[in-house]
Design a protein around this ligand. Structure first.
Ligand code: ADP
Ligand code: MG
Length: 318
């Protein structure tokens, strides 16, 4: 890491922050960045013969995070949710742009935010290559770019495919709902420090038939995949991997698991003949079939009994 020449308490305007960002981001080690931060545009060398994948996500205070969250966790999560979209497409990350709107130039907060952001960026070899810094309500918008030989999409699943999921579902929604409960605090890492499943995305990319990341809720995101593929899903509630604390402390755990969001695990489909290729942290939870007249896109069975689902998931405008 390049030494940060500015010391705490010295920033007077946004150019002091941008200079700090430029110095800190300079040592990404990526040789495909010809020119990073400092000019009107970054100059980049895309990998030859591969697809470039681009995705953006915005986080607003009061909607996506609380003002009481640590700046480190906000910086981490802002990048993590973006990298999760690359993971869902089976891509490897390359570069990121960071657009940030700030109510004031709070140097201590910004250093914390940047520590969380850069730690995750370094872990996944993402170069920060530009952005914008403006005055306004606290809002963070990130654009990430990745590359892939075989991008995974939502609309390419086949009837008869298995539905699989990585990791555990419902921990983040539980932590959000029970923030002051000891079990909620025990699971708060899932909410504040989600880990983008780039490992899983790259492993399944050669054989999965479709994929999506679970950000809005399992049922809602699975319906998006089903609708894009023109199919219906049947899921076994008890096959969904759920943390034991969630099952023990939330009598309504099926609702948290199906309709809660912020999991950032990967939901994907595969041919039954590829089941032996499933990575260790992944489980089959159901299968896809042709859509029958008037049947919902997702049916969930609880010991053979069909659950009535609220599949809408999170919506910004109701
Ligand atoms: P311009 O007015 O030409 O857009 P800026 O002063 O906004 O230039 O930015 C100067 C340089 O700093 C540019 O390379 C820009 O991409 C970068 N930059 C500005 N804000 C950020 C930020 N929040 N994160 C990363 N890079 C930034
Ligand atoms: Mg600018």
């Amino acid at each position: 890491m390049t030494a940060d020449k500015s010391t705490a308490g010295e920033w007077r305007h946004e150019f002091d922050f941008i200079e700090f960002v430029r110095q800190t981001a300079a040592s990404s080690g990526r040789r495909d960045v010809t020119h990073g931060i400092g000019d009107d545009c970054a100059v980049l060398q895309p990998p030859s013969g591969e697809h470039l994948l681009v995705s953006s996500d915005t986080l607003n205070e009061g909607v996506h995070f609380f003002s009481s969250d640590t700046p480190e966790s906000i910086g981490h999560k802002a990048l993590a949710v973006n990298l999760s979209d690359l993971a869902a497409c089976g891509a490897s990350p390359l570069w990121a742009c960071l657009n940030i709107s700030l109510p004031r130039l709070d140097e201590c907060w910004l250093r914390g935010f940047f520590t969380g952001f850069m730690r995750l960026a370094r872990r996944h070899k993402v170069a920060l290559i530009g952005g914008d810094t403006t005055h306004g309500a606290l809002s963070i918008s990130i654009t990430v770019t990745g590359h892939s030989r075989r991008p995974l999409l939502r609309g390419t699943a086949q009837a008869g495919d298995l539905v699989a999921i990585s990791g555990q579902i419902g921990s983040a929604a539980f932590a959000l709902k029970h923030r002051h409960h000891p079990a909620g605090r025990a699971l708060s890492r899932a909410l504040q420090w989600p880990q983008p499943r780039l490992d899983i995305g790259q492993t399944i990319a050669p054989f999965a038939s479709a994929a999506i990341d679970v950000s809005d809720g399992l049922a809602a995101d699975l319906s998006h995949l089903c609708q894009a593929s023109g199919l219906s899903a049947c899921v076994d509630l008890h096959a969904i991997p759920v943390h034991p604390l969630v099952k023990r402390h939330a009598p309504n755990w099926p609702a948290l698991v199906l309709a809660g969001g912020d999991d950032y695990q990967l939901l994907f489909t595969l041919a039954p003949s590829d089941k032996h290729k499933l990575p260790p942290d992944c489980h089959v939870i159901g299968h896809l079939q042709a859509t029958a007249n008037n049947s919902p896109p997702v049916r969930v069975l609880d010991n053979g009994r069909e659950l009535m689902l609220q599949t809408a998931g999170y919506r910004h405008f109701q």
